[in-house]
Design a protein around this ligand. Structure first.
Ligand SMILES: Nc1ncnc2c1ncn2[C@@H]1O[C@H](COP(=O)(O)OP(=O)(O)O)[C@@H](O)[C@H]1O
Ligand SMILES: [Mg+2]
Length: 283
């Protein structure tokens, strides 16, 4: 057996770590943070892929200036024979080294990506990457909850606006109810923006003792998204980039390599089964 073969065999069952980036509302900075976090993680020399789980209006490719030849819609036709090697053909490569599984190009294709397919794609990516970062799209639906349930770490992104805080609070309460709160880390984006609510009050309002704070810098943020160059690449010395590098550091320092776990009971039905909710079963 060659070295290469033995490495492949020994890493085959290795499971990378999955980070879900979520938010109650859209327009909060999920895409910006997903892309920059992934590139910041890559700078630590670990294999990273992004899954654009904003299935209707995913804009990860745009934020990285990628002309994706394939999207996850193309994966659907191949799903039965799909393995980690064939899935690699559907990924787009960013010049940073980060791989991207793009969202379907049209919103009407989103339904083609069902929970089972999403699950399989993520499982296969986790075999070959140290980190798989998933931008979930805004709000909670069955697919997002499945991603959150599967993730090792969940970043819930908010900003200081009243509506964002109100909805983030509801989201955190729901995750608590589902027993998923422990792996959630709150990210207060645009924390230095002028607002009636101060960043320092957010931890009390949302009951989170140690949020990650990301400063406000609209010029760098919007330029990053509009020209498709993640700011950690071309604005590495900015406070915004420094905060993302710090976040990457915090996330990787908690890492323990885990192995594919036996299937957990599906908790999504807890939220979506009216019967159970009516009966007050929260388990
Ligand atoms: N830290 C930040 N400072 C300033 N503007 C930001 C910051 N984060 C995000 N933005 C701006 O917020 C808007 C939404 O960001 P985006 O990543 O597309 O959000 P989402 O994916 O949650 O819908 C963009 O115009 C972006 O430039
Ligand atoms: Mg987005």
């Amino acid at each position: 057996m060659t070295d290469n073969q033995s490495t492949q065999t020994s890493t085959k069952q290795k499971r990378g770590e999955m980070i879900a980036v979520c938010s109650a509302k859209g327009g909060i900075g999920r895409t910006l943070l997903t892309v920059n976090l992934a590139v910041a993680l890559f700078k630590k020399n670990i294999a990273i892929s992004i899954v654009d789980g904003d299935l209707q209006f995913g804009d990860i490719s745009l934020a990285m200036d990628l002309q994706s030849t394939f999207t996850m819609k193309d994966v659907v036709d191949d799903i039965d024979s799909l393995d980690e090697y064939s899935l690699a053909n559907y990924l787009s490569s960013h010049e940073s080294g980060v791989k991207v599984l793009s969202a379907p190009e049209r919103p009407e294709y989103a339904d083609l990506i069902d929970e089972k397919i999403l699950n399989k794609m993520i499982d296969l990516l986790l075999i070959q990457h140290d980190y798989v970062v998933v931008d979930t799209g805004a709000g909670l639906n069955e697919k997002t909850l499945q991603v959150i349930e599967k993730a090792d770490q969940v970043l819930v992104v908010t900003n200081l606006e009243m509506a964002a805080l109100k909805n983030t609070k509801l989201m955190l309460e729901t995750l608590e109810m589902l027993g998923l709160r422990d792996k959630v880390r709150l990210v207060v984006n645009r924390a230095t923006m002028e607002s009636v609510i101060q960043a320092a009050d957010v931890s009390d309002i949302l009951g989170e003792s140690d949020p990650i704070y990301i400063p406000n810098d609209f010029q760098i943020a919007s330029q990053s998204l509009n020209i498709g160059i993640p700011f950690v690449i071309n604005q590495g010395k900015s406070e915004l980039a420094k905060s993302v590098f710090k976040m990457a550091e915090q996330l990787t320092s908690r890492r323990e390599i885990s192995f594919i776990k036996t299937k957990q009971p599906n908790i999504i039905s807890k939220l979506f089964s009216r019967k159970r909710v009516k009966e007050g079963i929260t388990e």
